[in-house]
Design a protein around this ligand. Structure first.
Ligand SMILES: [Zn+2]
Length: 319
């Protein structure tokens, strides 16, 4: 789907502060709104943004924001917030609240989760929120991540641009049915088509707690791939992989795809059955030939491609 005119506002206000922990909700919501607006304008979407610098009470703030939205011509209303629970080190995740827009909310939530490496808490119906109940156009309320989760704050800081870009892709981007097949890649060092499975992350009991990766021996070599902490009871890098990040393992020929090339470039992973294609970081060598599969991918990539174990993928590297 693609919206022509969008009004976006940040939650709360200059004098009516929201949640704060490691991140400050009002400051970060304003940054996200402005960055997404820029990305949407690059996609030819007309965007108006609003931040409340005036209100002195919560009631005044809610009414002022909604009045602003309702005063504009638009197809969609978006409110950006950050969630809060209690100070924790573990990841908490992203969610998108809605009253009527369940499909859009689910898409935005999964796009933010994939881009940020967050847990995808998904779309949540909420009938008690002033913004969703009183804006006249279709609306969603984004809770980017938790301000008081160390893991979320780390992922948010590291992936800010990708997160905003992902939101803009959903609101201003291409319909699924319009995704064109990948062009032929005559220069690809690796190009395989076949069955796929998944691997890596704290919950992958298929690999031992101490199992490493074939060509990455330290987190520092490719920090984007890993969780900010070593999962409890494990020592190996395979279990420390962030399952929400897009990564892929193939039986690489190191003569054609040297280690440095794999650390610096990305692969394209395409699911012919859904028509969805996404970029992924090379992370390991595998799967064993006797599995009959050509690639192992992250659980998050599997979910975002809309496929399951032993479905078919096409992997092209470099892309
Ligand atoms: Zn809020």
């Amino acid at each position: 789907m693609s919206y022509k005119r969008v009004v976006m506002s940040s939650g709360h206000g200059k004098h009516v502060r929201g949640a704060s922990g490691i991140l400050d909700e009002v400051d970060e919501a304003r940054r996200v709104v402005e960055r997404v607006a820029t990305e949407l304008r690059n996609r030819a979407v007309e965007v108006t943004t609003y931040h409340d610098d005036v209100s002195r009470s919560q009631n005044e703030n809610l009414n002022r924001i909604v009045d602003f939205h309702n005063s504009k011509q638009r197809d969609l209303d978006v409110s950006v917030h950050f969630n809060a629970y209690e100070q924790v080190s573990k990841p908490m995740g992203t969610e998108v609240l809605y009253v009527t827009q369940s499909g859009l909310a689910a898409q935005v939530s999964s796009a933010i989760a994939a881009a940020g490496g967050f847990i995808n808490r998904g779309a949540k119906k909420r009938t008690d929120l002033f913004f969703l109940n009183n804006t006249a156009m279709p609306s969603i309320l984004i809770e980017v991540c938790f301000v008081d989760s160390e893991a979320d704050a780390y992922l948010y800081d590291g992936n800010f641009e990708a997160i905003c870009d992902a939101i803009a892709d959903v609101l201003g981007g291409v319909e699924e049915g319009e995704i064109t097949p990948s062009p032929p890649q005559p220069d690809a060092a690796l190009h395989v088509v076949g069955k796929v499975s998944y691997f890596g992350g704290p919950d992958d009991k298929g690999v031992s707690a101490s199992e490493g990766l074939a060509f990455i021996s330290k987190v520092d070599e490719k920090p984007e791939l890993f969780l900010p902490y070593q999962p409890e009871g494990t020592t190996g890098l395979a279990r420390r992989l962030n399952p929400h990040i897009h990564y892929v393992a193939c039986r690489w020929d190191y003569n054609k795809t040297p280690k440095l090339m794999m650390l610096q470039q990305v692969a394209l992973v395409r699911a012919p059955s859904t028509g969805i294609e996404m970029k992924a970081f090379p992370a390991d060598w595998g799967p064993n030939q006797n599995t009959g599969r050509v690639a192992d991918i992250s659980p998050g990539l599997m979910e975002d491609l809309g496929i399951q174990t032993d479905d078919e993928v096409e992997v092209i590297f470099p892309y």
